[in-house]
Ligand binder design. Structure first.
Ligand SMILES: C[S@@+](CC[C@H](N)C(=O)[O-])C[C@H]1O[C@@H](n2cnc3c(N)ncnc32)[C@H](O)[C@@H]1O
Length: 275
């Protein structure tokens, strides 16, 4: 099966339950850190900025931006109609019609968005992992960004994938992950995995000026259950369900959000600017 068809069929079954990830304590922590990192950049933009949420899926990040930045406008672009239907529902419910443009298409060849149109383009949570050619996709995304605008990615780490598979006793999968193609569950396709250097190289090859690379969460990792959309691994939940402990871990994560700890992160967060 082609990569594109594999991705469409994988997310077809996930779409209606995808947003349940927000109920998992681990992802609440990760999302809180991701939102901090994203909003630091959004706060530097003009108030009426335009964004491209590349591989935006159910529109979780687009919706959050539009709600928190009332003059912002955005595009959510994704391959999966089923994922986008969830976003369309939110757009209706929240009356975000005139500020939210939802488009179905392939990131290897972005249609219906003019070049040099957006102030920031971001791709979050494995989008670059699932695509056939991450370098081509970054090039295509970059063409939509204004000169001086931001290109931000949040991608899965090779090192974490090796650790995760070893922790479950999946040694063959850990070996495969070391070759930068891996997976976290048996039912998912193999996806691209990145090191800080390999994602930075993709930016450099596309003449994007790298600003910084971070990696997080760096001190608490998801268990098997957090690779599913529902349920919590008991140990992770036990730790994070205490609000005080959650906040302490969040503060620890924040205080070590530097390039030095990037390689420890479950996911890598890279920020670059178009020249
Ligand atoms: C794990 S989901 C992440 C969704 C969203 N970014 C988030 O953080 O909630 C990955 C998304 O990438 C999309 N995707 C994968 N390959 C794509 C491609 N070639 N073109 C457009 N979207 C793609 C999938 O359809 C899916 O919705």
């Amino acid at each position: 099966m082609q990569v594109k068809d594999q991705t469409i069929s994988y997310f077809k079954n996930k779409a209606s339950k995808y947003d349940l990830v927000e109920e998992q304590a681990y992802w609440q922590l990760s999302d809180k850190l991701l939102w901090d990192c994203l909003s630091t950049i959004l706060n530097k933009l003009p108030k009426d900025f335009t964004f491209l949420d590349a591989g935006g899926g159910t529109g979780r990040w687009s919706e959050k931006i539009l709600e928190n930045y009332p003059l912002a406008k955005g595009y959510t672009y994704d391959l999966s109609e089923e994922m986008l239907n969830e976003a369309r529902r939110k757009k209706e419910d929240k009356r975000l019609n005139n500020r939210w443009n939802i488009i179905q298409g392939d990131l290897h060849n972005i249609k219906l968005i003019e070049n040099n149109k957006v102030d920031i383009a971001f791709n979050f949570h494995n989008v670059l992992g699932f695509v056939k050619n991450p370098e081509k996709v970054i090039n295509e995304i970059m063409s939509k960004v204004k000169s001086g605008g931001y290109i931000v990615s949040f991608v899965p780490s090779v090192y974490h994938a090796i650790f995760f598979n070893i922790s479950l006793g999946h040694i063959e999968e850990a070996k495969k992950a070391s070759n930068k193609k891996g997976r976290f569950t048996a039912e998912m396709p193999y996806i691209h995995l990145f090191t800080p250097k390999s994602i930075e190289d993709i930016y450099i090859k596309n003449s994007i000026e790298k600003e910084y690379t971070l990696g997080f969460p760096a001190f608490i990792y998801p268990g098997y259950q957090e690779t599913q959309l529902e349920g919590n691994t008991e140990k992770i939940k036990d730790i994070l369900e205490n609000e005080e402990v959650f906040n302490t871990i969040y503060q620890l994560e924040k205080s070590f959000l530097t390039e030095e700890t990037a390689s420890r992160g479950n996911n890598l967060f890279i920020v670059g600017r178009k020249k």
